[in-house]
Design a protein around this ligand. Sequence first.
Ligand code: NAP
Length: 302
Amino acid sequence: MSVVLVSNSRGCDRAMATSGSTQVVGVFGWPVEHSVSPTMHNAAFGALGLDWCYVPFPVQPERLADAVAGVRALGLRGVNVTVPHKAAMLSLVDELTPEARAIGAVNTVVPSTQGLVGHNTDARGFYRALAELGFSPEGCNALVLGAGGAARAVVCALASAGARVTVCNRNPERAQSLVNDLGSAYPEARLCAVSLTTDAMCNATRGTDLVVNATTVGMWPAVDASPWPVVVPFPVGALVYDLIYNPRETLFLRSAREVGLRIGDGLGMLVHQGAEAFKLWTGREPPIGVMRSACESALGKH
Ligand code: NAP
């Protein structure tokens, strides 16, 4: 028996015994030391009394294929995949879920008898975060800022729920290619692309029920930036959601709250994408409250 240090639901480090029967999962990233996922998952394993352990693995991009061979060789029960490996993982697993294929990124790997399956739990995590806020995207009009990997997951969730989605990005070609790719995956979806300019946004906000920031603008340490031009009014009555969770309240969210709109921060999506991975690996119902408190404590330390 050996001992590893993990963080509990209050973010305090504690010694956890591991043995020959401890099941190991983890996260591949480069860098990975700032990930809050180890704290979140180890707190969940502890709360359910599971003999499982979640380990951060710093994996250099050129060693990703070796690390995936390690998942098979060492019998890991699964891994999360974070920046910069999410797209590269697509070609390293044996099978992809339709969501991972449509989004073009894998964030969770699950071993099965057929081999390694690449999932993307970000879309479902986003959907559940909206549900927690009492928002149902079915048939709504949504405006998504950004066209990177996270925006793809958000648009996937919204398109599969039957929302009409306008994707607004600084680089309009990238927005258009997102719309083309997800339009092929979801032929019923009503998607369009515009550039992130004042005129285009003024037009795009008409009748909008949901505005989502899926850009990196406003993230720590550049907390004084917002992707939303000050001259564009927020759509009346909309829910305003920011995928960023550090800081919890970005300038974008503060501006929306100050004009009386409902807001949601990225912690909900972070917790729910993790909870979906937890469920896939363990088959157990994740302790959402424990996972949320662990993330809050871990982020408080950053
Ligand atoms: P990404 O692939 O690098 O995409 C970045 C996006 O931000 C692109 O659309 C980019 O536009 C835009 N952007 C960057 N700088 C900009 C600027 N100065 N002005 C306007 N637009 C700008 O990143 P990602 O992986 O999609 O992540 C996006 C955000 O989501 C990050 O803050 C990440 O932490 C967050 N996230 C949160 C969760 C969660 O669970 N809450 C999950 C995943 C991601 P161009 O295309 O024009 O460069």
